[in-house]
Design a protein around this ligand. Structure first.
Ligand code: FAD
Length: 637
């Protein structure tokens, strides 16, 4: 029997990025005793890396902006596969969430008349991203942390204990969501520094663990992005939605190799940066797809005029949604017109004075100077696609962020699916975190106070579950002879996903990826580590491998199933976006939560029809545009 410390909370939030912190603040303000747990240091979530800004239709720079335009842009960006109710709530509530941040102390860049400044980004019709230079995520996290400290100070005054109603467990990892029957009952966790196990008991758990990028070799994501929340949900019985949609950001660094994949923010293009191939051609004009033809400039002159006079010109194609730009770069490189290190050129030096570049893009200036010895005020950057974001995620109810079929389990932020459809617009993640983080916290607190007691009181955590979770976590220490090295397995997984389920996909290669994943699962069951439980990164990686393998199988299986190209899913063998696929969601569920044969498939797919889009929202689009996206039967409806 494993002896572990148990603590009782009302709501446990897993993840301390923008979504987790916003959820925790809301839950605590609604009266729930709330614990936040994160595997990195408090303040070092992925959100802190966000550069460009938060999309919200405040209309500060162009009064033409409003929630309807933002909704339309988001649906177009996601190629109409977005969970439309989420896109609607997001567009309506994002401005309030930004203003609220300001009342909590965030200092955004200003317009000349003192309003919050907003910048252009791909796929957004108007300048819409509230920003702080190119360090917006840092300000967002700093503000939310400050709010948490303020709430803790209030608690100290009232209870004499800063952590009476809101406590952060940093550098602690959750390996299992625990259940009492069908209901959530808490989380099983370990402290990374000591290896000590503990249990947070709670009737409501919010998953806010971010993305999956560490399953791919070239990625802008940091070490935390191992798909933990996705896997925790699956293992608890909650399905994942449309996992085939993975965003490859068009502009990551390509050189030197040690920094390959690090993000080059879209703000560079939003502020006038242009893409050229090795022949010096601004090639994006050759890649404007039919669905966007009317909205984008057809000549360099018009594109350039747009920066000064957006009301009478169309935007340059460098600002197409990310999936389009990433595919175009990929094609140029493949056609032999790439840069020396396998990317293309992104030039801002000929477009803005050096001082302005340093002021508008300070992090980019330092990033290139320090990591690549390139002065972006004087020369072009070399850039290429990098795995950046996952649109697929835990299936949730739009209004409440509740997962499907697991009472008490909620999800928000990048780990949740639906909001962005097949492709996310830049800036729409930070707003998503705030809008749905708040909603998840609110509904988790309500559930803990009202629903959980009404259906059988506080759920219990059984000793058997704790024993099983502890045995699973300790397995890498007991690997038999010939144990596999978790680092080798991780590298092989990343290579397989990058090469076989990457930016351009083919049926044969995805089938090969599934075979490779089955082989890796068998070997991962024998993953072994040396040493002890005190800060042991090899052990941590061995545990993360379970999650990455599960999530990668979801991506590969769903990508093989969807025989079309849409947003972040491009198939060379099925290049067209098929209207018949528009109303189809793919749900991933585990075949068997505790399989005896590691080679067996872990995931099964079901096709589910999307909810019909509400008619007043459809009425926001021209009929000619809808005809390009909606399936035949939907048009009749
Ligand atoms: P995160 O901020 O990643 O937080 C996840 C949290 O979960 C972390 O605290 C982590 O430690 C914790 N965690 C994970 N697994 C576990 C576990 N098993 N147990 C305990 N804790 C766990 N989006 C925009 O809208 N605008 C931008 O300008 C922008 N720029 C970006 C720049 C970069 C370089 C990158 C990589 C992304 C950018 N994005 C941007 C995307 C955006 O930053 C992310 O999608 C978003 O921050 C995700 O927030 P989150 O709260 O869902 O997750």
């Amino acid at each position: 029997m494993t002896q572990v410390e148990r603590q009782q909370w009302d709501v446990v939030v897993v993840g301390a990025g923008g979504a987790g912190l916003r959820a925790a603040i809301e839950a605590r303000e609604r009266g729930a005793r709330t614990a936040v747990i994160c595997k990195s240091l408090f303040g070092k979530a992925h959100t802190v890396m966000a550069e460009g800004g938060i999309a919200a239709s405040m209309g500060n720079v162009n009064e033409g902006d409003n929630w309807q335009v933002h909704f339309r842009d988001t649906m177009r960006g996601g190629k109409f596969l977005n969970q439309w109710r989420m896109a609607e709530l997001h567009a309506k509530e994002a401005p309030d969430r930004v203003w609220e941040l300001e009342t909590w102390g965030a200092l955004f860049d200003r317009t000349p008349d003192g309003k919050i400044s907003q910048r252009n980004f791909g796929g957004h019709e108007y300048p819409r991203l509230a920003h702080v230079g190119d360090r917006t995520g840092l300000e967002l996290i700093r503000t939310l942390q400050q709010k948490i400290v303020q709430l803790q100070q209030e608690d100290f005054k009232e209870h004499g204990d800063y952590e009476a109603r809101l406590k952060v467990f940093q550098e602690c990892t959750v390996t299992r969501v625990l259940k009492d029957g069908e209901r959530v009952s808490g989380t099983f966790c370990y402290e990374r520094e000591t290896g000590r196990f503990f249990v947070l008991e709670a009737p409501a758990v919010v998953l806010a663990t971010g993305g999956i990028g560490k399953s791919f070799k070239t990625t802008s994501n940091s070490w935390e992005y191992t798909g933990d929340g996705h896997a925790l949900a699956l293992l608890a019985g909650a399905p994942l939605l449309n996992m085939e949609f993975v965003q490859f950001h068009p502009t990551g660094m390509v050189w030197p190799p040690s920094v390959k994949g690090i993000l080059v923010t879209e703000s560079v293009r939003g502020d006038g940066g242009v893409l050229r191939n090795s022949e010096g051609k601004r090639f994006m004009f050759d890649y404007i797809p039919d669905v966007f033809k009317e909205k984008y400039a057809q000549s360099e002159e018009e594109g350039d005029r747009w920066y000064e006079d957006p009301d009478h010109n169309r935007r340059p194609p460098e600002l197409l949604p990310r999936d389009e730009v990433a595919r175009a770069i990929n094609s140029e490189v493949k056609a032999g017109r790439g840069s020396p290190h396998g990317g293309v050129f992104l030039d801002v030096s000929t477009r803005m004075p050096a001082e302005k570049i340093k002021r508008r893009l300070p992090s980019m200036y330092h990033q290139f100077k320090e990591l690549a010895d390139v002065d972006i005020t004087a020369e072009a950057m070399e850039v290429g696609p990098t795995c950046h974001y996952v649109m697929g995620g835990i299936a949730v109810e739009s209004d409440t962020a509740a997962t499907l079929g697991v009472p008490g389990l909620f999800a928000a932020g990048e780990v949740a699916g639906g909001m962005h459809g097949s492709n996310r617009l830049g800036g729409n993640s930070l707003s998503d975190l705030l809008v749905f983080g708040r909603r998840a916290g609110l509904h988790a607190a309500e559930y803990a106070a009202r629903d959980a007691p009404a259906v059988g009181g506080r759920p219990e955590v059984s000793q058997a579950q704790i024993d099983a979770a502890a045995a699973e976590a300790l397995a890498p220490f007991h690997a038999a002879e010939g144990a596999e090295n978790p680092y080798t397995l991780h590298q092989e997984l990343q290579t397989a996903m990058n090469d076989l389920v990457g930016i351009i996909r083919r049926e044969g290669e995805m089938a090969q990826a599934l075979e490779k994943l089955a082989g890796l699962r068998v070997r991962a069951a024998r993953a072994g580590v040396e040493g002890h439980r005190q800060f042991n990164p090899g052990w941590h990686l061995a545990l993360d491998l379970r999650n990455m393998l599960l999530v990668s199988e979801c991506v590969a299986r769903a990508a093989l199933e969807r025989t079309e190209s849409r947003g972040g899913h491009t198939r060379e063998d099925c290049p067209a976006m098929e209207r018949s696929w528009r109303p189809v969601n793919l749900l991933c569920r585990p075949v068997d939560p505790a399989p005896s044969d590691p080679a067996a498939d872990r995931i099964e797919l079901t096709r589910v029809r999307t909810d019909p889009i509400r008619s007043d929202l459809l009425a926001l689009f021209e009929k000619e545009e809808l005809v390009k996206y909606l399936a035949e039967e939907e048009l009749y409806d």
